[in-house]
Design a protein around this ligand. Structure first.
Ligand code: FAD
Length: 396
């Protein structure tokens, strides 16, 4: 599916991931959706295939693979099962990559060990009253002598209840009560009192991964739990969010993979299904639809791969990651919707994967920065302005 300049090693990786996706992962996808249970068996398959934690540097037990390598694997997996694709995102990008870039030696070792043994870290930023405007979060970490005490509520936290490692963002106050900046704390569920999973959201799609409310009730941690990027606490939130650009590329990749999976199904069916005495792909209305779908997928793939490549020396470029996520998430919804239409009534049945794909793909214009907010990111970058409605912009 690509005319991209991939190395032979990358093609081999892609083939490996595709074979896994077409076999056991595809067979389980409908059941994962129906039972809403986290697919621990797929986690084991990813672990055995060395697709978990592949971006972690070798000195911490990983393979030091590139973002594009991870993208190739995630794309292949997501065509069969978006939940498994997301697990591959969150064990290679996002919280784990923030820790690997900015954490202390001990934090890196702990996070790498946990991910390589199958834990999908949770990143806890969003709150009931602080969504797009994440900087207005009210969860706070107060310095009390030799400890920090964290209180607040996070919601829509992916993996809440299955993840052990949590990167919890909070406003940090020193022992005089002065604000120091927003920091990320590494907290391990079951080893830390006060981290409570209090609700699971009834989601439209991606049902095999829980989205949860997490209450922080006097979580008591040592200062060594704080991930402090090189620019310190005042500007550290921006650094940690730079790491999040990798997750945005990952999210775009899952949307791309779902849309490619749906497109392939529609293409095959368009040859198989006969109406008016001929395959339905002999009708020009459907031919043009297939043409438009293929154009959207090619453009999306180019944006995603280029955004991944932009991060070779660090993290993917903010502008390219935002452009890739906006275009891919919106195009993928259209492609999946068009693919479903090819199947007529069958597309609307739960016996085919199209309706699941339509529910799953709908998420990607929302989670990890909405398409609207990412347009602010793009506008700010091309205008070279700090826009008032962005995280670093002006506030009344
Ligand atoms: C499946 C899923 C998984 C998620 N996983 C996580 C997770 O693991 N960790 C985590 O911390 N969060 C997670 N989130 C939360 C997600 O990041 C937020 O939903 C997202 O940032 C938007 O916040 P909100 O839902 O509060 O919407 P709001 O911020 O309330 O936005 C409502 C609407 O207003 C628009 N809007 C807001 N501000 C602007 C503006 N300045 N300009 C134009 N339009 C604007 C938005 O685009 C949106 O359409 C997840 C969400 C979903 C759906």
């Amino acid at each position: 599916m690509s005319g991209f300049d991939l190395s032979s090693e990358q093609r081999a990786l892609q083939e490996r991931a595709r074979a896994l996706a077409a076999g056991p992962i595809a067979r389980r996808a409908a059941e994962v959706d129906r039972t809403e249970e986290y697919p621990w068996d797929n986690v084991e398959l990813l672990k055995d295939a060395k697709l978990l934690g592949m971006t972690i540097p070798p000195r911490y037990g990983g393979q030091g693979r590139s973002w594009l390598d991870a993208v190739l694997a995630i794309e292949a997996l997501s065509g069969a099962c978006a939940v498994t694709g997301r697990i591959a995102v969150e064990t290679n990008m996002g919280a784990i990559s923030a820790v690997m870039a900015y954490g202390s030696e001990d934090q890196k070792k702990m996070a790498a060990d946990m991910v390589l043994s199958g834990d999908k870290p949770a990143i806890c930023i969003t709150e009931p009253d602080a969504g797009s405007d994440a900087g207005s979060m009210t969860t706070r970490a107060d310095r009390k002598g030799n400890r920090y005490v964290i209180n607040g509520r996070k919601h829509w936290i992916t993996g809440g209840g299955v993840s052990r490692l949590h990167l919890i963002f909070a406003k940090v106050y020193d022992d005089k009560g002065d604000f120091e900046g927003i920091g990320g704390f590494l907290v391990v569920r079951d080893e830390t009192r006060g981290l409570r999973i209090t609700r699971r959201e009834p989601t439209m799609g991606l049902r095999g991964i829980p989205e949860a409310v997490i209450d922080c009730e006097d979580i008591d941690v040592p200062p060594s739990a704080l991930v402090v990027p090189p620019r310190g606490l005042k500007k550290g939130f921006a650094d940690l969010m730079t790491a999040y650009n990798s997750q945005r590329v990952g999210a775009a990749t899952v949307a791309l993979g779902i849309a490619e999976g749906a497109y392939r199904l529609a293409l095959d069916w368009s040859e198989e299904r006969l109406q008016f005495g001929r395959p339905i792909n002999e009708f020009q209305g459907l031919q043009w639809k297939l043409a438009d779908m293929s154009i959207k997928l090619s453009a999306a793939r180019a944006l995603v791969y280029n955004a991944a490549r932009s991060g070779e020396a660090g993290f993917p470029d903010m502008l390219m990651a935002a452009q890739a996520k906006i275009f891919t998430s919106e195009s993928a919804i259209q492609v999946v919707n068009d693919a479903l239409q090819f199947f007529g009534a069958r597309g609307y049945s739960r016996e085919l994967p199209l309706e699941r794909m339509a529910r799953d793909v709908r998420m990607f214009t929302i989670g990890g920065g909405t398409a609207e907010v990412l347009r602010n990111v793009v506008a700010g970058a091309i205008l070279k302005k700090k826009l008032p409605q962005t995280r670093d912009g002006w506030k009344p």
